[in-house]
Design a protein around this ligand. Sequence first.
Ligand SMILES: CC(C)(COP(=O)(O)OP(=O)(O)OC[C@H]1O[C@@H](n2cnc3c(N)ncnc32)[C@H](O)[C@@H]1OP(=O)(O)O)[C@@H](O)C(=O)NCCC(=O)NCCS
Length: 134
Amino acid sequence: MEIKAIEASETWMIRHEVMWPEHPIAFVKLEEDKLGLHFGAFDNGKLISIVSCFITEDEMQFRKLATLEAYQGKGIASELLQYIFQIAKQKQLRKIWCNARMNKKSFYEKFGMVDTHKNFMKSGKEFTIMEILI
Ligand SMILES: CC(C)(COP(=O)(O)OP(=O)(O)OC[C@H]1O[C@@H](n2cnc3c(N)ncnc32)[C@H](O)[C@@H]1OP(=O)(O)O)[C@@H](O)C(=O)NCCC(=O)NCCS
C-alpha cells in the first residue's frame, strides 16, 4: 500500500460510490476542492481510499475520508489518517478537525479525537464536529 498526493478530480469517483451514491456525482465535487490537499492510498496502483485536507491559519479540516467497500476494515483509512496527522504536525498546525458522521464517532476517538458535541444534520445524516489539538 502506497499513500501519495492526488488531484481533487481523482477523489470524486470514490466519494460518489462510497459516500453519496444516491446523489449525482456533481454533489461530491466541492467548490473548495481546488484549495485542498488530496491524498490517496493505492493497492498495486489502484486507488482504494481517499481523504481531502483544507488548511486555514493553524487548523486542518479533513473531509470525505472514504475507502472502497471491498477494502474496508483493513486499516487503510487509519493509515491515511495517520499520514495527514503527520503532515499537520510538520506544518506545526494547532488543531485537526472534521465533521464526523455520528456512526463513525468511535472510529475517530481511536485517534484521540474528541466530540465537541456540535451536532448538525446534513442531507438526512447526523454529524458531529470532532477535533484534536496537536
Ligand atoms: C469510515 C471509513 C473511511 C473507514 O475506512 P477503513 O479503510 O475501513 O478504515 P480502517 O480499516 O482503518 O478502520 C475501520 C475499522 O477497522 C478496524 N481496523 C483497523 N485496522 C484493522 C486491521 N488491520 N484489520 C482489521 N480491522 C482493522 C478499525 O479499528 C476500525 O474499527 P471501527 O470501525 O470499529 O472503529 C470507511 O468505512 C468508509 O469509507 N465508510 C463510508 C464513508 C464514511 O462514512 N466516511 C467517513 C465519514 S465521517
